[in-house]
Design a protein around this ligand. Structure first.
Ligand code: GLC
Length: 522
């Protein structure tokens, strides 16, 4: 493939390690489990994997509370297993991206243990300590300050109280954090996903945030002093210099409270390669009135096209991840997959790097838990208003055996009961499955350069339809999607359009119920 750049043209697949594949029968996925499924990923046709944290953790936020950034939690394996995973992935042409959580550590991290031990400990200033709290709120509920009786001061935590925020204004902290990047790049890691990176720096005087209207106390303030501080940019420059001292490394940031405008401001040749804007994951109280529909989707695409194109920044596309209800749970009804086919088409054919979440290729749904079974801290806190994120973190559904081919033992979270029918093995055998559709579109992306790099051009359709071109100087590809039940006609631009893929019986220019067409101009 001509000029194929893995992080721009490829597809990145997110693995939540504890739920992907369990090799040692303890009910928790692990690195060896991932290695055993690499051939599956090659067969599917993805280009890179992003691994959610597998570092040592007391699990107060399921791995996002790290007690050592440069080791592997023994439950997931060892550094030797990790080296083997990188080698095996690379042997198959798959790149490896790690999830770096550097805004905070676990309160069990040696840095924090030292910091809290006394007011004059050399690492005291590695975290943010104050005599009195300001009005900041933790995203997972309650005040962002915890009183520590050992030294009689409060420390800042934007998430759980077991996740103290580090003080990025301290130069030694910055040095130590850069050393983490270095450590993993030396081990062959190809890229990083930066957890809530735009919260690293806080205003030096820690002023109160101004109030605004909102539901939770966290939403009732404007986050102008706890995130998006100007010091972020010089640090991004420094980090990018380090990354560029290794060949073809990549960094994507999780922009905390992202609009497309904010996202692009963090990207560029001396900043991040990319940052997430969660344009297609949005759900709010009005969702039942204005649900997933082509008009809304097109508005989102156009909005982000305008911002990203104007800034010359390459976008990323996300439909699901470990923090959100899965695509199928947001948009589909029951076990019907038509909405998942539409979601998958958009994910893989819009302009930008697609991030696919494990199980999305078989249309996995969220599990439902009784209140007492909820593990996720914000779910415990806000139930029943918000049930937390356990739902989208259930074990991968490989086959119909007792524990779905995920493990030989009872998994840490229950399997979704539909795994008996909805699983990889069953879908591989069914030519009309979402899995085989996904595989076909992934193969088309490889074959057709316009699907990867082509400009995005929206087309007119009747209500309920969505159509667009991806176009280079030499090639045009047309996507037409019918979100509804009714047959519809759309006007084809001139030329001889060949069907590369269709999910039903329509012909170019005509879509039957829920049909998706991909056409190529010969
Ligand atoms: C990010 C992660 C989320 C985690 C939080 C705190 O938003 O995606 O899973 O809980 O940061 O680290």
């Amino acid at each position: 493939m001509e000029n194929f750049l893995w992080w721009r043209d490829g597809v990145i697949y997110q693995i939540y390690p504890r739920s992907f594949a369990d090799s040692n029968g303890d009910g928790l996925g692990d690195l060896a489990g991932i290695i055993s499924r690499l051939d599956y990923l090659v067969n599917l046709g993805i280009d890179a994997i992003w691994l959610s944290p597998f570092f040592p953790t007391p699990d107060k936020d399921f791995g996002y509370d790290i007690s050592d950034h440069v080791d592997v939690d023994p439950r997931f394996g060892s550094l030797a297993d990790f080296d083997r995973l990188v080698a095996e992935a690379h042997r198959r042409g798959i790149r490896v991206i790690l999830d770096l959580v550097l805004n905070h550590t676990s309160d069990q991290h040696s840095w924090f243990k030292e910091s809290r031990s006394s007011r004059d400990n050399p690492k005291r200033d590695w975290y943010i300590w104050r005599d009195k709290p300001n009005n900041w709120q933790a995203c997972f509920g309650g005040q962002a300050w915890e009183y520590d009786p050992v030294t009689g001061q409060y420390y800042l935590h934007l998430f759980t109280k077991e996740q103290p925020d580090v003080n990025w204004r301290n130069p030694e902290v910055r040095k130590a954090q850069l050393a983490v990047f270095h450590f993993w790049m030396e081990r062959g890691v190809d890229g990083f996903r930066l957890d809530v990176f735009n919260a690293y720096f806080k205003h030096p005087d820690l002023p109160d945030n101004p109030p605004k209207f909102g539901l939770r106390s966290f939403d009732r303030q404007r986050h102008i002093h706890d995130i998006d501080q100007p010091e972020m940019l010089p640090f991004l420059n420094e980090m990018r210099l380090l990354l560029d001292s290794f060949p073809e490394r990549y960094v994507v940031g999780e922009t905390y409270f992202a609009t497309p405008q904010k996202t692009v401001s963090y990207c560029g040749p001396e900043k991040l390669h990319a940052a997430f804007s969660f344009d297609f994951t949005f759900m709010d109280l009005f969702f039942p009135i204005f649900p997933w529909n082509p008009g809304w989707v097109m508005k989102q695409i156009v909005k982000r096209e305008e911002t990203f194109n104007a800034a010359g920044i390459w976008p990323t596309t996300v439909m699901s991840n470990h923090d959100l209800p899965r695509t199928a749970s947001r948009y589909a009804r029951g076990e019907n997959d038509v909405q998942s086919f539409l979601g998958m088409t958009l994910l893989l054919t819009m302009r930008g790097t697609p991030f696919m979440y494990y199980g999305e290729e078989i249309g996995m749904r969220d599990i439902r838990l009784r209140r007492g079974a909820i593990l996720d801290p914000p779910g415990k806190k806000y139930w029943p208003l918000y049930k937390g994120r356990d739902g989208c973190r259930a074990p991968m559904q490989w086959d119909d055996s007792t524990f779905g081919g995920f493990s030989a033992a009872k998994p840490w979270l229950p399997m979704h009961p539909d795994f008996i029918r909805r699983n990889v093995t069953a879908q591989q055998a069914d030519p009309d499955s979402l899995f085989n559709f996904t595989k076909t579109v992934l193969a088309l992306r490889k074959e057709i350069p316009a699907l990867r790099g082509g400009a995005f051009i929206p087309l007119e359709t009747p209500l309920g339809g969505l159509a667009y071109l991806r176009q280079t100087e030499r090639q045009s590809v047309l996507m037409a999607l019918n979100f509804g039940q009714r047959n519809m006609q759309y006007s084809l631009p001139g030329g001889n359009w060949r069907v590369a893929l269709t999910t039903a019986k329509g012909s170019p220019g005509k879509l039957t119920a829920h049909e998706i067409q991909i056409l190529i101009l010969d």
